[in-house]
Design a protein around this ligand. Sequence first.
Ligand code: XMP
Length: 530
Amino acid sequence: TILILDFGSQYSHLITRRCREHNVYAELMPCTTQLKDVKFKPKGIILSGSPYSVYDKDSPHADPGIYDLGVPILGICYGLQEMAWQLKGTVEECDHREYGFAQVKIGKIGGENASVDALFEGLGDEMPVWMSHGDQLSSPPPDFHVIGYTGTAPYAALAHNSKPFYGIQFHPEVTHSPRGKEVIGRFILNICGCRAHWTMEEFIGKEIARIREICGPTGRVIGAVSGGVDSTVAAKLMHEAIGDRFHAIMVDNGVLRLNEAKQVNEMLNQNLGVNLTVVDASDLFLSRLDGVEDPEQKRKIIGNTFINVFEAEAAKIEAEPAREVEQGGVEKGRVEWLLQGTLYPDVIESISFKGPSATIKTHHNVGGLLKDMKLKLIEPLRELFKDEVRALGRLLSIPAPLVQRHPFPGPGLAIRILGPVTREQVKILQQADNIYIEEIRKAELYDQIAQAFAVLLPVKAVGVMGDSRTYEQVIALRAVQTEDFMTADWYVFPPEILRRISSRITNEVAGINRVTYDISSKPPATVEWL
Ligand code: XMP
């Protein structure tokens, strides 16, 4: 395992990704973590970038004990400056801040140790890299020497004369540094000596063993499935681990897509053999959402109502034996656990060292759990990124169209109806959304788009139909391309596709006379409208 200490850079999670792309497991922890709290023995440590300056009074610092562990350390950007600062070099504000491309010349200037260029081995004499910093080293710490420089940064890359300590001013983790992934590979594979054996096959085996141990021989688990990739993969994994002691619950909260409850039932119960109950709680949800327009309020109501429904279902399930008991299998056990499809980006978001940061949106699977909830959480996907979950799904034989599905938010259509949520409004949006996705699939564009959906606006506009004036609502269409949903760009449709979608929606959906297309990127917009 590689330990990545996060000093709050917006790229920290990418370092984790790049390590895993080399099949080496890496874990991100806040930079203020004390070594005694690290429960594993890292084979190497990477210090991330940061928005801070090492000299700021309140800037974060790593446990200085890391330099005595005898393991290789790589400092990236602020990480380099942090290493230099802790090992008595000097860091200063640059004359000009440096953002963007730079050409790093690779060379052993002033150093004679044979191992020093291990970091850049085989990467040639120079390479383009991405820089983003306001401070830089004005002198290296004692016993370090330069292994790379640019026109403006004489200390763009350093290595210790005898210890496996390295620092680079550029960001190897971003795709704008085309050879950055190789630099990270040199560090974790060659310098730290990690073996590349973190694969999805191995993950499945380990995770199933872990789930069995947590649940014991009789414990039972209840979990929500929504039809989305994460919950389906999590459910299938639980099923592989504990069979019918896992109970999947599909809650029809009244704000699902058209025919979603029926489709999920068919897919999970019939195709994947998961023990599934569909609960129609739409009246309860819609009555609690009645008159609510505030987005965070909608999220909270839905999150809390979910938990209420689950707890009621857990009690019901506890009262009956698992299917396996009837067949002479396991004993009936307590329903102690609640499955959550939490992914690594959510975990990072909650542990990341960013100082006090504003909540943009409360995603219900992290933010909306009841404090006095009796069920304990089990989160088998919490170490994985979305594309890793998809790879896991494929290995678990989940059908491809399902694994490739666009994400669908927990609060469902409630956050895509910008005004009050009513059955009529849900129906309008369901129909428009269905036409939109159907046409995208017909045009074979579904897999090129990261997420597409329709939004129902609470405004009315004038139109004309036949010879009559209409005064009806507007649908906004959204489609984005993104790697990780942290940033996103709007998708450029061929015009004839948009024309067909618009014409079908205005013709087929009663109550809509106008369709618009959202051309905002994230930032400054977000993917969802609420
Ligand atoms: P935003 O709108 O934050 O969306 O740019 C990024 C991704 O997160 C999804 N999203 C949610 N998912 N509960 C969820 O489970 C939520 O409350 C929620 N809000 C946004 C969104 O669909 C996109 O994929």
